[in-house]
Ligand binder design. Structure first.
Ligand code: SAM
Length: 333
């Protein structure tokens, strides 16, 4: 039975993505509805929707309320209006990433990129020519970043800093949580030009206009240069995309920018590192979908990369989100 459960688990991920695309959690809200009512609201086939709803009760996403179904409390973040919504990431993961996993055998046999095998190009090259998926990707990253910002500001003191640069920051999903907690702090997102062009619109879910007004976008290639002279630099969920050597290249770019910063400037690397068996699935994602040859870094390897990149690690802490935060200063020349 265990084999059977695991063998069909991909179907449940797809069912979750379909439910998220149909906005079933949003339509249900805090109430309950029958399949027939939900089918009308979502313009779906009532009999098949009923089977989907039944299927979603198996992992506990939906609960029965007589003939009706309601959203289980633990799955409230499936709603788009939840402050820490995970709706877009659920779709991204169960669709694009799952499609890339069709290349898993290729990756296991050859050590090469499954994404490249399936899509004929790398993830970020693919996103350049597939705007709808790129927007979904941006939103998925904001989903993941918002809870991290919430935890980070409780642990890291940004007071005294005037500017923070989020390198490879996507649409800037990490910044509203940080800037909201630090009046006056300005945020700069340094990401690919196409991502920056969508940035302001992508952050549309953020209601605080005053915070949004403090965020700007500087199209950048982090292998070439990023905005210089800031008080804080952030690299969140960026380095795991790249091989060790490319991580060092990115870190050197940041070090060059930080050479123009005040002496107390800091770089914060936030990464869910690969350190135990339980992290194996994450490392496999990196092998399949990231820079060819990426297998995940543990803390000693990340420290080495930072040292080689020109930094001294001042502290390492852990966030409840599973990220380690490596705080680093530029190494004195
Ligand atoms: C996994 S996402 C993480 C986004 C964001 N830091 C977060 O955690 O929400 C990696 C980001 O790196 C950006 N990126 C990839 N290659 C880049 C490059 N050469 N220069 C700048 N940004 C790049 C991608 O566009 C993407 O936004």
């Amino acid at each position: 039975m265990e084999i059977l459960k695991l063998a069909v688990s991909g179907w449940f991920a797809r069912a979750l993505a379909v439910a998220a695309r149909l906005e079933i959690a949003d339509v249900l809200g805090d109430g309950s509805m029958t399949a027939a009512e939900l089918a009308k609201r979502t313009e779906t086939d009532p009999d098949v929707l009923y089977r989907l709803l039944q299927m979603l009760t198996v992992p506990g996403i939906l609960e029965r309320d007589g003939d009706a179904f309601r959203l289980a409390e633990a799955y409230a973040p499936l709603r788009a209006d939840h402050p820490f919504t995970q709706r877009h990431f659920a779709i991204l993961s169960a669709e694009l990433y799952d499609d890339a996993f069709a290349g898993l055998m290729h990756t296991v046999k050859t050590g090469r990129s499954g994404f490249q095998e399936v899509f004929g190009e790398s993830l970020y090259a693919y996103l350049e020519t597939h705007p709808e998926t790129a927007e979904l990707f941006d939103q998925g990253m904001i989903d993941l970043a918002a809870p991290v910002a919430h935890c980070l500001v409780q642990q890291h003191d940004f007071s005294g800093a005037a500017t923070v640069v989020d390198v490879g920051g996507g649409s800037g999903g990490l910044l509203p949580g940080i800037l909201g907690a630090h009046p006056g702090l300005k945020g700069v997102v340094a990401d690919r030009a196409s991502v920056c062009a969508r940035g302001t619109a992508a952050l549309g879910r953020v209601r605080d206009q005053e915070v949004l007004d403090r965020i700007s976008y500087v199209p950048s290639d982090f292998f070439a240069s990023v905005p210089a002279g800031a008080d804080r630099y952030l690299l969140k969920n960026v380095l795991h995309d790249w091989t060790y050597d490319n991580c060092v290249r990115i870190l050197r770019t940041v070090a060059t920018a930080m050479a123009e910063s005040p002496a107390d400037a800091r770089l914060l690397v936030l990464e869910p590192l690969v350190e135990n068996d339980i992290d194996g699935w994450r490392a496999m994602f990196q092998a399949v979908a990231c820079d060819e040859g990426t297998l995940g870094l543990d803390e000693p390897a990340m420290r080495r990369a930072l040292e080689e990149g020109g930094f001294t690690v001042a502290s390492v802490t852990q966030l409840p989100t599973g990220h380690k935060v490596l705080e680093a200063a530029l190494r004195a020349a």
